[in-house]
Design a protein around this ligand. Structure first.
Ligand code: AMP
Ligand code: MG
Length: 496
């Protein structure tokens, strides 16, 4: 049997941490595993043998029925603030970390099964996942990766041949998730909440060694760690905002310590631009609305900083000051990344004082007109190389066109100050303004076809198109369009 890749490359650093960091638990076998999707490209990056993963034994591994020789399956312990309320013990309730592999770039990555059966952290849950949310995570995680946004990845989706009980009975599935790390802000909170300062220190040392090695050489390694995590999260949330991504459940247990997008539950890409947009069915107060995400990220980072206080300085007062400075730096970092990104979306490469105002006016017009966020920027790119009149596609998105026509004139005047030629600028704009995003209605259609009719074709097509989101693909143009009124998906669900 040639499961060479999986067997030979596991090296499980997290499982070498003290026992109280996790529970050793094997996946619960499923009745009838069937491979629905294998990410051959990602398998290749990981140095895994895609053909071997597709065999009966490989699918057995991806389903949790076969535990490879050098895997050391564990469920990780963590805590977290859920919608602002602290829960001292959450943990992997439906996920099991098989182990770590070192990828072709030398980066150590976790291989985790999600939906692989109960663990000591399952509480009342069944430890399983339904097919719909598994396909959703597959589609969106891979779309994020293709957009160039740090994210956990999807290596495979396997049907279990079992049913799970949710609002009714649904087909079950297991997702193989790949992450640079599954350590979360909530992992630090787990130890801090127990007064386990030694645990916090061991975790911080682990995270520095694995993810932030430069911090080890800094004069104050833990301060450097905090600052580096803040920087990565600020950059990440700016990227979300620039593509209209709404995470939906930015609880501290869903915030990765390495700055990858993690836990695709009720996430959504915004169609019609408005900062207050919320899709999640459980986010009644709009805590995790599109426009709140930077503030929430900063709040979550403050919770991380609290856990690190004993490590930041000998004197409590000094530690608090250091932590506050590190957290305060989030705002400037986020703003800089967001403003630069928005300017690029408009084709502005050399910052000018008036740019912020130009950007703000466009966003205001978009909010007022309910213009489609993605399409507006893409059509602006279309218009950028042409002369007067080439903006008709863009203008269509703003009914009652006079104020936007005035804006387009100001934008063109501003473009004339740019050094690049029109075609280079258009290419640059297309490279930051995707044509294809995982729109809610498309994701829902793909899931409905798979769950309702066992038809994976729409899922396959969507995954394929989203793998090259910045390409011009006229033959797939309908997948770039916003939903028609009857297609609008108003709510998304956690799917736990
Ligand atoms: P999430 O909403 O996915 O971030 O999960 C929050 C917590 O609930 C985590 O501790 C999960 O492991 C746990 N959880 C979610 N769904 C299930 C399930 N079906 N069975 C057991 N635990 C679950
Ligand atoms: Mg979670």
């Amino acid at each position: 049997m040639s499961m060479v890749g999986l067997e030979l490359t596991f090296d499980n650093s997290y499982a070498r941490l003290p026992d109280r960091f996790y529970a050793r638990i094997r996946p619960t076998p499923v009745a009838d595993p069937r491979l629905l999707k294998l990410n051959a490209g990602l398998a290749g990056e990981l140095g895994l043998d895609a053909a071997a993963l597709g065999t009966a034994e490989g699918v057995g591994v991806l389903a949790g029925n076969v535990v490879p020789a050098r895997a050391e399956p564990i469920a990780m312990a963590y805590a977290g603030h859920q919608f602002g309320n602290f829960v001292p013990q959450l943990g992997d309730g439906r996920a099991i970390l098989l182990g770590e592999v070192v990828d072709r770039e030398g980066v150590r990555r976790d291989i985790q099964l999600k939906g692989s059966g109960p663990t000591p952290y399952s509480r009342r849950g069944d430890g399983r996942a339904a097919l719909g949310p598994v396909l959703r995570e597959y589609i969106v995680a891979e779309a994020m990766a293709a957009l160039g946004i740090p994210t956990t990845r999807a290596l495979a989706a396997v049907a279990t041949g079992e049913r799970v009980l949710r609002e009714g009975y649904l087909p079950g599935a297991v997702l193989t998730r790949v992450a640079s790390s599954h350590v979360r802000v909530g992992t630090f909170q787990y130890f801090a909440a127990r007064g386990d300062e030694e645990g916090v220190r061991q975790l911080a040392d682990y995270v520095i060694a694995r993810h932030y090695p430069q911090a080890a050489a800094a004069p104050r390694p833990y301060v450097d760690l905090l600052e580096a995590v803040v920087a990565r999260q600020a950059a990440l949330v700016a990227q979300w905002m620039l593509v209209g991504f709404i995470h939906g459940v930015m609880n501290t247990d869903n915030m990765s310590i390495v700055g990858e997008t993690i836990d695709y539950g009720p996430c959504a890409f915004m169609d019609f631009y408005h900062p207050a947009t919320v899709y999640s069915s459980i986010d009644h107060a709009g805590r995790y609305a599109y426009g709140n995400q930077p503030r929430i990220a900063q709040w979550n980072l403050a919770r991380l900083a609290e856990t690190l206080l004993p490590l930041l300085a000998d004197e409590q007062q000094e530690a608090v000051e250091v932590a506050e400075a590190a957290i305060a730096a989030f705002a400037g970092r986020f703003q800089a990344a967001y403003a630069t990104g928005l300017a690029r979306k408009l084709g502005l490469s050399q910052a000018q004082p008036q740019d912020a105002e130009l950007v703000r006016q466009l966003l205001d017009h978009m909010a007022e007109a309910g213009a489609d966020f993605t399409l507006a920027f893409r059509r602006l790119a279309d218009a950028s190389a042409g002369g007067e009149g080439s903006e008709s596609g863009f203008m269509e998105l703003f009914p009652g066109a006079e104020p936007i026509a005035e804006w387009v004139r100001r934008w063109r005047a501003r473009l004339s100050l740019e050094p690049d030629g029109a075609s280079a600028r258009q290419a640059a704009m297309r490279a930051v303004n995707p044509a294809f995003i995982p729109r809610n209605h498309l994701v829902e259609e793909a899931i409905e076809a798979a769950v309702g009719r066992g038809d994976l074709a729409p899922f396959e097509r969507l995954v394929d198109v989203l793998a090259r989101p910045y390409d011009e693909r006229p033959q797939d143009q309908e997948l770039s369009l916003p939903p028609r009124p009857e297609q609008i998906v108003a709510q998304t669900f956690c799917g736990t």
